[in-house]
Write a protein that binds this ligand. Structure first.
Ligand SMILES: O=C(O)CCC(=O)C(=O)O
Ligand SMILES: [Fe+2]
Length: 223
């Protein structure tokens, strides 16, 4: 914790969802998915439009082809571009603050914010955000900081067509809108990994789509 983040709420790493769920549920404008299978929340207008526009320019400055942790033989599995945003940039810090204030998730447990850009035809096929315990690279990705607990994703714009996020197991589609947040626990109530979090970024059909993602870990983030 540093001088900046000590003023932010810290309700833990999210493995115990209860304090995060309580904070989100008590916040006006937050909607909860009505499903016992998946703890997922949506809130519109979390980031102001100017901040979304600034983040888009930051993503464009650092974007490179996206990768996946456990290559599965499908080279078209994730065709977007990705970039790590500079943690000391005031725009990025402001975004971090919005996320921390809304969710209460511990800044110390958060990975650096990533940006994603999808051009026409690009997608991220169905996956979970947690790392597969039997994956070849589990230790490389989770050895220092543990597995992922929560995902917080914010859309920065609306593509002209396509680009929704689909959660197949609960039959839910979320449409991109600038500043809209989707946040979910990657765990069940008992802390176990939840396969009902399976989701995909559907193909953009016209225009371009920008999002940022922030993931939280069991342990303080050390890389
Ligand atoms: O872009 C989206 O709608 C989903 C992105 C996603 O699932 C991810 O980056 O892990
Ligand atoms: Fe994902």
């Amino acid at each position: 914790m540093n001088a900046l983040t000590e003023a932010w709420p810290d309700l833990g790493n999210g493995l115990d969802s209860a304090p995060i769920v309580a904070r989100l549920t008590a916040t006006p404008g937050v909607q909860r998915l009505p499903s016992p299978k998946l703890t997922l929340f949506v809130k519109r207008d979390v980031l102001p439009p100017e901040l979304c526009a600034e983040l888009i320019t930051r993503i464009d400055a650092v974007r490179r082809p996206s990768t996946i942790a456990d290559p599965n033989g499908d080279s078209a599995f994730r065709t977007s571009e990705t970039g790590d945003l500079p943690a000391d940039d005031p725009t990025v810090i402001d975004t971090e603050r919005h996320i921390a204030m809304l969710t209460g998730l511990s800044a110390a447990h958060g990975e650096p914010i990533q940006g994603q850009r999808y051009a026409v035809g690009q997608e991220f096929k169905a996956h979970t955000d947690y790392f597969d315990l039997n994956g070849a690279d589990y230790h490389r990705y989770c050895g220092l900081s543990g597995n992922r607990t929560w995902t917080v994703m914010l859309y920065l714009n609306t593509p002209e067509a396509g680009g929704a996020t689909r959660f197949k197991a609960v039959d839910k589609m979320i449409q991109p809108e600038p500043g809209k947040m989707v946040a979910w626990s990657n765990r069940r109530a008992d802390g176990s990994l939840n396969p009902a979090t399976l989701h995909q970024a559907m193909k953009v059909r016209a225009g371009v789509k920008y999002v940022i993602t922030k993931w939280y870990r069991e342990l303080p983030w050390r890389g």
